[in-house]
Write a new protein. Structure first.
Length: 472
């Protein structure tokens, strides 16, 4: 079973998976997964094996006396001056978890008392919540969301203080599973008064929204005799410590189920083999498109090239599914192909046979004109004209045949050149878009794999829990 001390690494891996799935999974699925992660963090409190408890309450409720009674000695001084606790004081094990030290550092709690007693428990004595010092309330609010349990201490005189019930407790009922209520200083009351005050306090807490508020009766610093009710309070905290392990076990099951559903929604659990398939499709499509470019009459080749790319992109979109599939399905392949062809540009190959034939015809025309005018000796020009006529009818076909071979050879070179340029442009404009989607999907798969590894490593290795609580 994963230890709570591994919770931070597991939750961080889970959050990374959620973040990387935002572009490749349906928004509703991603938000649901994110909400699960937030809920687990909120419910877990302190991410470690120890139980971190805060003592909260109003002025004069006896929080410091209660801390001293739990510790079995004076950890913090008790004074009639109010408020007594100016700054939070932490009582923690002599060799605390690194996570506890980091937590206290983050919260700015520098007053710490460490000893070996109750190695499973850390208690923070908070400033009086209803004191005139505003920053005290801020310190309390900053701590509540990062701890395991809150022991809220009341005294018989001010247990109905509206500032406590209305300003704080009513707004915290969402975390009521982390609250334990203490009615302290019961040594000042008769038995009947204790029962009446406890019943009244329970009724007020239910009005505030606490369904079954646990109330422990204590006398942390009685005038005569030893403290009372401390064993009961410690037993309640022990139950919370054991429950924390059970909650984390359930949380890891929820996280794993959610992570697998998210990965499936992102299509991260399916391969496409796009790279290999794309190379073959790209070669065939470029060949068809090059043929259409060099011979505008070959319209069918144009559409065959477009359709081959469309079919592959549509197939990959269907295989990927989710948001990634919808993004690929929205690609306008025909428009992208037209743009690529326009950027490549294909100029016609000029025919040299037409140029040669044109000059021979000029010579024939000139000779005929000369003969008609009798210029330069008609016989001579007649010979020239006869040779020109022979050139047109005999040499012309030879030149045209040579020109066709030259054009055919040049066409093959041009075709290869156009195909290569089309392959590059199509790969840049279409292939890159598909690869980008698949890369983001691959990152989500990598994050899912990392989450599974972290969780499995924690389950395999585990970590021994602190010493089992000993009731005194």
């Amino acid at each position: 079973m994963p230890a709570p001390s591994d919770a931070l690494a597991i939750l961080d891996a889970y959050d990374r998976l959620v973040a990387l799935c935002r572009d490749v999974a349906p928004p509703g699925t991603v938000e649901e997964a994110a909400a699960i992660g937030r809920d687990v963090r909120r419910r877990l409190g302190y991410l470690g094996d120890s139980l971190v408890v805060a003592l909260a309450g109003g002025t004069g409720s006896g929080k410091t006396s209660l801390l001293n009674a739990i510790a079995g000695r004076e950890v913090a001084p008790v004074s009639p001056r109010r408020p007594t606790t100016e700054r939070p004081v932490a009582w923690l094990p002599a060799d605390p978890e690194p996570g506890i030290v980091r937590l206290l550092d983050d919260l700015g709690i520098t007053d710490r008392v460490g000893e070996g007693h109750r190695g499973w428990l850390t208690v923070v004595d908070l400033p009086d919540l209803d004191s005139f010092v505003t920053e005290h309330a801020l310190q309390v609010d900053a701590l509540l969301s990062r701890i395991d349990a809150v022991v809220w201490v009341f005294d018989p005189e001010k247990y109905q203080d509206a500032r406590i019930h209305l300003d704080y407790l009513a707004s915290l009922v969402g975390d009521q599973h982390r609250f334990v209520f203490v009615l302290n200083q019961v040594d000042r009351l008769t038995t009947d008064e204790v029962e009446a005050v406890a019943a009244d306090l329970r009724a007020s807490l239910r009005v505030a929204g606490f369904v079954e508020p646990p109330i422990v009766l204590t006398a942390a610093d009685p005038e005569l005799g030893d403290p009372e009710g401390i064993d009961t309070l410690v037993a309640e905290l022990e139950t919370r410590w054991e429950a924390k392990t059970l909650v984390w076990r359930h949380a890891t099951t929820v996280l794993r189920r959610s992570a697998r559903a998210l990965a499936a929604a992102a299509g991260a659990d399916r391969g496409t083999g796009f790279g290999h398939r794309w190379q073959g499709t790209l070669a065939d499509a470029a060949e068809h498109l090059a043929t259409a470019c060099l011979d505008p009459g070959r319209v069918g080749d144009w559409w065959r090239g477009v359709e081959e790319i469309q079919e592959l992109v549509a197939a990959v979109a269907g295989e990927v599914g989710g948001e990634a599939g919808e993004e690929l399905a929205a690609v306008d392949v025909a428009a992208e192909v037209r743009r690529c062809v326009a950027e490549v540009g294909v100029a016609p190959i000029p025919s040299k046979a037409a140029t040669v034939t044109r000059w021979l015809r000029v010579v024939v025309a000139s000779a005929a004109l000369a003969v008609g005018l009798g210029v330069g000796g008609g016989v001579g020009w007649a010979v020239v004209g006869a040779v020109a006529v022979v050139g047109v009818w005999v040499v012309g076909p030879v030149v045209r045949s040579w020109d066709r071979r030259r054009i055919r050879d040049r066409m093959e070179e041009r075709r290869a050149e156009v195909e290569a340029r089309l392959r590059r442009r199509l790969d840049q404009e279409i292939g890159r878009r598909v690869r980008d989607v698949l890369r983001r999907r691959g990152s989500a798969l990598a994050a899912f794999t990392e989450f599974e590894l972290v969780l499995t490593r924690s389950e395999t290795a585990g970590s021994p829990p602190p010493d089992r609580p000993v009731r005194i």
